[in-house]
Design a protein. Structure first.
Length: 481
């Protein structure tokens, strides 16, 4: 496995040139392949509209899936939600070359990139509504790395998360939520939507210039809501946008996305057994490796979701490959995504609490949480480990950490183990990740209790990785749909 770390370091070094917003031919090829797969999935989903299910829950799941694969819901009609969330990769980033080189993904405007890697959609609907737990002194729940999809308004963090990308300038890029509603009103699933949510859903008087407005990438100049609607029509558009998001969350909660069909689940059910290495990895996971302190495997009455829904700063280094660092100049439309440029430091949850330079803002901040800002600088949501290594083939590269710095499970496990043991790297140090680590992006609120000096051997690290491999869904088929 030392050799594998060496290969990872080599790929890190090759990809660590100055950040750029120009997509390479390899990345464009990977994007084209994913777009083709999205088109095939959309066609198969729309074909089901001819004989939709008569059960309302399944209708909403079908609606949500149709919208998840709908590229028309982006400003340039080229990017579906699924562009960052496909089943083959556990509903996270599906382009190996982007994972390897940029970490984050381009938006509908292809020269704009996000500041973070895509999170997984699978199991996200099981996150609780964001709340403050005074006993543990922590925020718990929500969606997004910075918890900004709180779920407080709709009662569902995943639904509020689904409202972020459509109007995020560096993602799907629409200038107004009403544009998503207008585009949906023209799609083949309109009749099923009206059947599920009511005939009033699209009974909106659209302005004559709606096409021109919605074809203009956000953020809007002038009015924050450039689609000119009367109060009643705006209220209806807002309600329908909420229903679109709730439909997507219904699909994400379905057995297709949140499946519980991993080898780990089979072992719990007595239908399979761990190999000796996997069992050793699980024992380490629950013991010396301290993974279970945050990535909880459940307790009495709990599903094993492998997260505690809190936030933590594990000291991840900045990822110099993020194109976001190069987005400090106005683009062709005059938009500046990252005024800080190369000096940008991801504020984590604190950025949401302070409402500072948010690329999308689907949920309001509870002002009573403002005093928690300083204690949440650098902290990001603890991700579920379910499907953490799900990939279409062994050569497919997945990225890990909120910024995609790590390019293998072995690498991030090695980091957890040795962060505080190995010295700091010099610039372009060839030993990065083996004999040294770069400094953390920020040391504020850094987790020093469960990370940094675990005393694991190389074979221990391999055993933990082997156990994590058992968390990929698809090991067995569900008994029910």
């Amino acid at each position: 496995m030392v050799a594998l770390i060496g290969l990872w370091i080599s790929s890190q070094t090759e990809a660590a040139a100055q950040p750029d917003t120009t997509l390479s031919p390899q990345a464009l090829e990977g994007i084209a392949q994913v777009e083709g797969e999205i088109d095939r999935n959309e066609a198969a989903t729309l074909a089901r509209l001819a004989a939709p299910p008569d059960n309302q829950v399944q209708q909403l799941e079908l609606l949500g899936k149709a919208m998840l694969y709908d590229k028309q819901l982006s400003v340039n009609r080229n990017e579906a939600c699924a562009f960052c969330h496909t089943p083959e990769t556990g509903f996270t980033g599906p382009v190996s070359e982007l994972n390897r080189t940029t970490g984050s993904y381009p938006g509908s405007v292809r020269t704009r990139f996000s500041n973070r890697k895509p999170q997984t959609h699978s199991y996200a609907p099981l996150s609780p509504v964001l709340h403050y737990n005074p006993g543990q002194g922590d925020l718990v729940g929500g969606n997004f790395w910075d918890m900004r999809a709180t779920g407080r308004r709709l009662g569902n963090p995943s639904a509020e998360q689904a409202e972020g990308p459509p109007t995020n300038p560096v993602e799907m890029g629409l200038p107004d939520p009403a544009c998503a509603v207008y585009r949906a009103s023209q799609r083949p699933y309109r009749a099923l939507f009206e059947q599920s949510w009511g005939a009033q859903a699209f009974a909106i008087k659209w302005p004559a210039e709606i096409e021109q407005v919605c074809d203009t990438p956000g953020p809007p100049t002038g009015s924050t809501l450039p689609v000119q609607l009367g109060a009643a029509d705006r209220g209806l558009a807002n309600a329908t946008f909420d229903q679109m998001a709730q439909s997507i969350a219904n699909y994400e909660a379905s057995a297709e996305v949140t499946a519980f069909t991993s080898k780990y689940d089979a072992v719990l059910a007595g239908k399979a057994a761990f190999t000796p290495q996997e069992q050793r990895g699980y024992d380490l996971f629950r013991g010396q490796a301290q993974c279970n302190a945050c990535h909880r495997d459940g307790g009495p009455g709990e599903d094993p979701l492998f997260t505690d829904f809190t936030a933590s700063n594990i000291g991840t280094p900045a990822n110099p490959r993020l194109p976001y660092y190069a987005e400090q100049q106005p683009d062709a439309r005059g938009y500046v995504a990252n005024p800080a440029g190369a000096s940008y430091v991801d504020p984590g949850v604190a950025g949401f609490l302070a409402e500072h330079n948010l690329l999308s803002h689907p949920s309001a901040v509870d002002l009573r949480w403002r005093p928690l800002e300083s204690g949440n600088i650098g902290r990001v949501q603890v991700p579920t480990l379910r499907n953490v290594d799900k990939r279409p083939d062994p050569g497919f590269v997945k990225a890990y950490g909120h910024n995609g710095y790590f390019l293998s499970l072995k690498a991030i496990v090695h980091f957890y183990n040795t962060r505080d043991v190995l010295p700091r790297c010099a610039a372009h140090d060839p030993g990065e990740g083996t004999t040294c680590w770069p400094a953390p992006e920020t040391t504020a609120n850094m987790n020093k209790s469960h990370v940094g000096n675990l005393g694991l051997s190389d074979s221990d690290e391999d055993a933990v990785v082997a156990f994590l491999d058992t968390l990929s869904d698809g090991f067995f088929s569900r008994d029910t749909p």
